[in-house]
Design a protein around this ligand. Structure first.
Ligand SMILES: [Fe+2]
Length: 296
């Protein structure tokens, strides 16, 4: 089931300030992660045309495509919804794969779409985490197996932040992820900041979690920073990575033979306090760790 290909190195997740950053300092990254959903407006099911691409943003993706390898990180598959499926959306993603040659495709292990009692689709407005039980595992496995042939690149699922926990889960998160990888043929996007956030809020040992995870399945890693609000640590993407996240990256580097990239994520709304020099410093930190474990 494994696809093998060469590693890329250090990447950045696109947001509205990234184009200027890259144009002034093109060597800061080896690849760019694109959220396709941000490049179009979606009129919703039945709209014609359904997807309207945003001109200024398209200029950037054409520019980036000619200079960097691109990977796709979508937010609209809502993999964990009980009934949701959106063929037109998947076809739009597949079309963008044909146009931009994304080297892999990831989405989140959560759901956003829910169906109301009247049958209407509604968006929760945030990624809602899933319980780790057999019914959810079977639902996700079938959904990913159906999806994979439609997207012409490895498909990754990203471990989620969970601000609430479920008391009656049937398995641990690492056991759930290992089963999902084995049964569906997907890969993992291991978000170390999501893991750190969960471990800090729910008081468990992130290193012990990683020792239970099939790290051979990790194709991409996300690193980011967050903020504590009233006793809860949030995955705000608000600045530099905590030292503990860098330590987790150091820990997994020797045990992730299929890792192809480490992507830094930050939210553009924090860019006025967390400037270009700070972004570059985070990317350089990630690169120093990468180079130490993957000498060229
Ligand atoms: Fe992430």
């Amino acid at each position: 089931m494994r696809d093998s290909a060469s590693a890329l190195g250090i990447g950045i997740l696109h947001n509205p300030v990234v184009p200027d950053l890259l144009k002034s300092d093109p060597g800061m990254v080896d690849y760019v992660s694109i959220m396709p959903d941000l490049f179009w407006s979606d009129g919703g099911s039945g709209a014609n045309p359904r997807f309207v691409e945003s001109e200024p943003w398209m200029e950037f993706i054409d520019w980036a495509c000619s200079r960097y390898p691109l990977v796709a990180h979508s937010i609209g598959l809502s993999l964990g919804s009980a009934e949701f499926s959106d063929d037109a959306y998947v076809e739009q993603l597949a079309d963008w794969h044909r146009r931009y040659g994304f080297l892999w495709h990831s989405d989140h292990l959560s759901f956003t779409q829910v169906r109301s009692a009247s049958g209407q689709e509604q968006n929760a407005g945030m990624a809602v985490s899933l319980p780790f039980d057999f019914e959810v595992l079977a639902l996700l496995t079938a959904r990913i197996q159906a999806l994979r042939p439609r997207l012409p690149s490895p498909f990754l699922v990203e471990n989620a932040v969970a601000y609430v926990t479920f008391s009656d889960e049937e398995m641990s998160e690492p056991a759930f992820l290992n089963s999902l990888v084995r049964d569906s043929g997907c890969w993992l996007l291991l978000d170390l900041h999501n893991l750190y956030t969960n471990a800090r809020n729910h008081r468990f040992d992130a290193s012990a979690f990683l020792r239970q995870l099939d790290l051979d399945a990790v194709l991409e890693v996300h690193v980011a920073g967050g903020t504590e609000e009233e006793g809860i640590y949030t995955d705000a993407h608000s600045g530099p990575c905590p030292e503990a996240v860098w330590s987790l990256l150091e820990e997994i580097m020797p045990c992730t033979p299929n890792l192809r990239g480490v992507t830094f994520e930050f939210h553009d709304s924090y860019f006025s306090i967390f400037g270009a020099k700070d972004v570059r410093a985070q990317l350089d930190r990630a690169r120093a760790i990468w180079d130490r474990h993957r000498p060229r």
